[in-house]
Design a protein around this ligand. Structure first.
Ligand code: NAD
Ligand code: TYD
Length: 349
């Protein structure tokens, strides 16, 4: 059956993979990419699909009420996949208000426009909200986040995402708006902006710049290859139960410092540098305030209900990712000019 799917944040890292998957898999769907092209959004990420008949890009801000209401009334999307967000924890510490504006207000503006458009005529409609495991806060050395874990966000980023999740649920309860939410662990892969750990460190190793490890480097994240996230989103979109949440994760926990050492080893080989060359760049710096110790997802529900599990091993995913960045140094140069240099200077002086 044909659908008109509005995907927000499609020019960003995960959004571009979701757009590519939907455009290539569903020629009968109309896919609209709504993105404001902030520093994190880049149409270069979608060069290979930009001329497809089932794809269109619209530039616009999800916090602009008039624009969004008019867009919804004219385009009449039956489904939304909402990824647009401010997404970097360190930026949220420097500027929390921008995160409240985009992540909370922007989500409410979209929910409201969707409600106003369909006036509770909800047949075959869906609002899919893409969220993060960071809403659950920090784990100690034991345990995993499950869908019923209570929210306990610690950063302005995770607090803003938690708030947006609550609003989505509240629209479901109050107006019967059909929704699904997924909360995913840390993603990595091609097209990730080089402010997040893995692409930042790849870029710095290429340039032989210091690798700024926060605190003692013993923080733990659960890493998932971005394509596996996009596949999970596609499965939840079509087969997920309405008004439910799904956790998505890689069952792949790494201490930051172990991951950085692995990255250094792989890059020395790929760059024909002598063993140990990149590790010398590791520099321990002041810890991030409110730094969550450990995230780890229990992805049993999506596995049992929808048959999803990660398809890419971490070793292969990391190797593909490094190869992609080495082959796309032009992309790295383009996205790391201008504003990036100011951000970098402020963040790491
Ligand atoms: P990203 O920062 O790479 O991309 C965000 C996109 O949103 C950009 O294209 C940007 O231009 C757009 N955008 C920002 N503000 C906007 C606005 N006001 N109006 C319209 N567009 C706007 O983020 P990402 O890493 O691709 O994350 C996408 C979503 O997935 C986010 O909601 C994030 O919270 C969630 N998520 C990310 C991860 C991760 O590891 N990156 C993990 C779990 C969940
Ligand atoms: P990040 O990629 O920012 O994702 P998140 O904070 O959303 O998990 O960071 C991943 C981990 O790497 C986190 O524990 C913080 C750490 N980190 C550093 O040690 N140095 C850095 O320069 C960055 C960006 C992150």
């Amino acid at each position: 059956m044909s659908k008109k799917v509005l995907i927000t944040g499609g020019a960003g890292f995960i959004g571009s993979h979701v757009i590519r998957l939907f455009v290539n898999t569903y020629p009968d769907y109309q896919i609209i990419n709504l993105d404001n092209l902030t520093y994190a959004g880049n149409l270069l990420n979608l060069k290979d699909v930009e001329n497809k008949n089932n794809y269109r890009f619209i530039k616009g801000d999800i916090t602009d009420v008039t624009f969004i209401e008019e867009l919804f009334q004219s385009e009449r999307p039956d489904s939304i996949i909402h990824l647009a967000a401010e997404s970097h924890v360190d930026r949220s510490i420097a500027n929390p208000l921008a995160f409240a504006q985009t992540n909370i207000i922007g989500t409410i503006v979209l929910l409201n426009a969707f409600k106003n458009l369909w006036s509770e005529n909800w047949d075959e409609k869906l609002f899919y909200h893409v969220s993060t495991d960071e809403v659950y806060g920090s784990l100690g050395s034991e345990g995993l986040f499950v869908e019923s874990t209570s929210y306990s966000p610690n950063s302005p980023y995770s607090a803003s995402k938690a708030s947006s999740d609550h609003f989505v649920r509240a629209y479901g309860e109050t107006y019967n708006l059909p929704y699904v939410i997924s909360n995913c662990s840390n993603n990595y892969g091609p097209y990730q902006f080089p402010e997040k750990l893995i692409p930042l460190f790849i870029n710095n190793i290429i340039q032989q710049k210091p690798l700024p490890v926060y605190g003692d480097g013993n923080f733990i994240r659960d890493w998932l290859y971005v394509l596996d996230h996009a596949i999970a989103i596609e499965m939840i979109f079509h087969h997920g139960k309405k008004q439910e949440t799904y956790n998505i994760g890689g069952f792949n926990e790494w201490k930051n410092i172990d991951l950085v050492q692995l990255l250094c080893k792989q890059m020395d080989i790929k760059l024909n540098r002598s063993p140990g060359n990149s590790e010398q760049l590791i520099t321990y710096i002041k810890d991030r305030p409110g730094h969550d110790l450990r995230y780890a997802i229990d992805a049993t529900k999506i596995n049992l209900e929808l048959g999803w599990s990660p398809s890419v091993t971490f070793e292969d995913g990391l190797s593909n990712t490094i190869d992609w960045y080495l082959k796309h140094e032009d992309w790295l140069h383009k996205v790391t000019s201008g504003d990036y240099l100011n951000f970098y200077a402020k963040q790491y002086h």
